[in-house]
Design a protein. Structure first.
Length: 214
């Protein structure tokens, strides 16, 4: 262990306890408190562009605090660790299939410049390293909308139409998994999946770190 690690230990994003510098962003106790989502049987939505959606955890404490540290305190290392937790639960969802690629949900370029990174990109790369599935950036964000979670259900519907553009590169017949940090209404993922299907993808599913209450 480096001397700097002893002088400046990492802290758990859930409770602020000291944790090993190379370990997950949540201590053992907080990881035990994180509410997981039961895999359950797959229910495919064959009439929608997004075939199915799975989440590793519920959007609830202590995961909420860890996500805020990642996104708003610019702690990218936390994001890498959260991606590792997603990857650890990947095998519990065989209905995600055998995808050709992981596709991170993009931020609008202006928002990404302000934040300095795209959280979905970091999560996708972390999952990809551990599952062996390549990460491709085939989506572009056209609109700079506020988060869907800040809107009521009626104001969300249809607001994201045409929010994404998809590259046709390598998409013909592709099986793809969208990656994002949080899903509430699912409309962002549905809109992104629609863009990918129009560009030639055969099957689009989604895997997110946390599922929020709609």
């Amino acid at each position: 262990m480096h001397l700097l690690d002893l002088l400046l230990p990492e802290s758990c994003c859930g409770c602020d306890r000291d944790i090993p510098p190379a370990g997950p962003p949540l201590c053992t106790q907080c990881r035990g408190l994180a509410r997981t989502l039961d895999p359950g049987p797959a229910q495919e939505a064959v009439d929608k562009p997004l075939r199915l959606l799975r989440g590793a955890f519920q959007y609830a404490p202590p995961l909420v605090k860890a996500l805020h540290a990642f996104k708003y305190d610019s702690r990218r290392k936390v994001g890498v660790g959260l991606g590792a937790l997603m990857a650890a639960r990947w095998r519990l969802f065989p209905e995600l299939g055998n995808p050709h690629a992981l596709i991170p949900i993009p931020l609008h370029p202006r928002k990404e410049r302000i934040r300095g990174f795209n959280q979905a990109q970091i999560l996708a790369e972390s999952v990809g390293r551990r599952t062996g599935v390549p990460v491709l950036n085939l989506l572009k964000r056209r609109t700079n909308d506020p988060p869907q979670a800040r809107r009521n259900r009626s104001s969300r519907t249809g607001r994201l139409n045409n929010a994404f553009a998809a590259s046709t590169q390598l998409l013909q017949g592709a099986r793809l998994i969208l990656i994002d940090d949080v899903s509430t209404s699912g409309e962002t993922l549905q809109t992104a999946a629609s863009a990918l299907i129009r560009a030639g993808a055969a099957d689009v599913r989604a895997y997110v770190l946390a599922m929020g209450i709609n």
